[in-house]
Design a protein around this ligand. Structure first.
Ligand code: FES
Ligand code: FES
Length: 191
């Protein structure tokens, strides 16, 4: 049935698409949201769920500040729509650790001074966890020398290449690298 336009009201075209009811599972909690199909996962997390750990840097896939984990894989949440993630397991930085009990990777970032302003840090940390999963799964990168090896060595070059989608405007890169190395080597001293 065609909707009648009320005088002074925006047309359906001007209003945009209608909202959908979507349930999102974030950090183990299920949220029911009525959301337009054009809303990104990043905006749904930040503006609707008030989970502001994932940051909006560029909003078009260039900086990695918005990185979250979807079913264990790292995703730029500014580049994906919330309605696409019903049934997925979404993990944000809020789901990894708490101020009282940091995740071991968060603790490594603190110990190694892996940040300055901290704006990129949630994305760096979520991306690292996804990146290490890719490495364990044997996914090669652009700099992997031996594609036949069953185990890829986590060299500095591998870390730099695999984390190249996460930009740090403070240029804390040497310390980010050190934090990732510390965590990956199991020299955590934490849980
Ligand atoms: S805000 Fe998503 S990549 Fe920059
Ligand atoms: S610590 Fe400031 S942008 Fe990375």
């Amino acid at each position: 049935m065609a909707l009648e336009q009320v005088a002074g009201e925006p047309s359906q075209e001007e209003r945009g698409p209608e909202a959908f009811l979507v349930s999102l599972r974030v950090n183990g909690v299920v949220y029911e949201l009525e959301i337009e199909p054009r809303v990104t996962l990043l905006d749904a997390l930040r503006e609707r769920l008030r989970l502001t750990g994932a940051k909006k840097g560029c909003d078009h896939g260039q900086c990695g500040a918005c990185t979250v984990l979807v079913n264990g894989r790292r995703v730029n949440s500014c580049l994906t729509l919330a309605v696409m993630h019903e049934g997925d397991e979404i993990t944000t930085i809020e789901g990894l650790g708490t101020p009282e009990e940091l995740h071991a990777l968060q603790a490594a970032f603190v110990e190694c001074d892996g940040f300055q302003c901290g704006y990129c840090t949630p994305g760096q940390i979520c991306s690292t966890i996804g990146m290490l999963g890719e490495l364990r799964a044997g996914a090669p990168s652009h700099v992997t020398a031996d594609l036949g090896s069953p185990e890829i060595e986590l060299s500095d070059a591998e870390i730099r290449e695999r984390m190249s989608g996460n930009i740090c405007r403070c240029a804390a890169y040497p310390n980010i690298l050190a934090a990732i190395r510390q965590y990956a080597s199991g020299d955590e001293g934490h849980r």
